[in-house]
Design a protein around this ligand. Structure first.
Ligand SMILES: [Cu+2]
Length: 279
């Protein structure tokens, strides 16, 4: 399995060299949101999901079924990237292409959730993907086959409409059926702080802070203000406060008011974050 993943990322790496000059100029950032594409100093690109996990594109062909280019990729620090747990591999965008596995003569369409459905005749492939349907078949390396599941075969053209399937699965979150009304922010270490540092979400979204560190942290509303620091400072009682979040524990809060909410760690005040709530 490990070999497979590495082989896959190396493939994407070759293509990602095109993006390297662009990414080299990009400053690392802490502000990214569910649905964003992120990368560290390496070439591998990830999809950052609402559940706080990153999903890897196993090769360039998979990437280009979802995105036309690398222009939306945000570069973050390797420290931040390492804090974000891996969620799995991205699979082909449903409807875009058909796939064939090298060791299996069958041609499949891709359905939501990474389901492969066998196209039972050439006539069907022609009906669904037109006269040049053969150009719409990608070879899927055996190594990536494990990322997919086998669904029921397509018997008639009414079983599967590529354009409808694409419309219904516009994002990777939809494909993986992730709940975007629930957002996870990871607490990895004092150094890396809250990841992402700044999060923008819709009103009514529930945020879960997950403490993946080996020491307690605390989510305290407001901007930390040091009574001994420079400049004027008034300590204001926080509007909400998690109390100590022990390692492995979580704290949840639903944001029902539009606005920008700063918070910091009540134990390590150097750790600061912002939640932006929009309509
Ligand atoms: Cu802390």
């Amino acid at each position: 399995m490990k070999h497979h993943l590495h082989r896959g990322t190396a493939l994407l790496g070759m293509l990602a060299m095109f993006v390297a000059p662009l990414a080299g100029h990009a400053a690392t950032i802490g502000a990214f949101n569910a649905g964003d594409l992120i990368k560290g100093s390496g070439d591998t690109v990830y999809y950052f999901a609402a559940n706080g996990k990153r999903f890897v594109f196993p090769n360039a062909k998979t990437y280009f079924t979802w995105y036309p280019d690398f222009s939306g990729v945000k570069t973050i620090s390797d420290g931040h990237l390492a804090t974000i747990p891996l969620g799995g591999n991205v699979t082909y965008r449903p409807g875009r292409k058909m796939v064939k596995v090298t060791t299996d003569p069958k041609t499949y369409v891709v359905d939501q959730g990474g389901f492969l459905r066998h196209i039972t005749s050439e006539q069907l492939a022609l009906t669904l993907y037109g006269i040049s349907w053969k150009n719409q078949v990608d070879d899927l390396p055996d190594a990536f086959f494990v990322n997919y599941r086998l669904g029921t075969p397509i018997q008639t053209a009414s079983d599967y409409k590529p354009s409808d399937v694409m419309t219904q699965t516009a994002t990777i979150a939809q494909d993986k059926q992730l709940d975007e009304t629930k957002i996870t922010i990871t607490i990895g270490s004092v150094n890396n702080g809250f990841v992402p540092t700044t999060t923008t979400l819709k009103k009514g979204t529930e945020v879960t802070w997950t403490n993946n560190d080996n020491m307690a942290h605390r989510v305290t509303e407001g901007k930390y203000c040091s009574p001994t620091g420079p400049g004027p400072c008034a300590l204001i009682a926080p509007a909400w406060d998690s109390g100590a979040i022990q390692p492995g524990q979580t704290y949840k809060r639903t944001f029902n008011t539009v606005g920008s909410f700063d918070y910091y760690c009540g134990i390590h005040t150097v750790m600061q974050g912002t939640v932006n709530v929009v309509n």
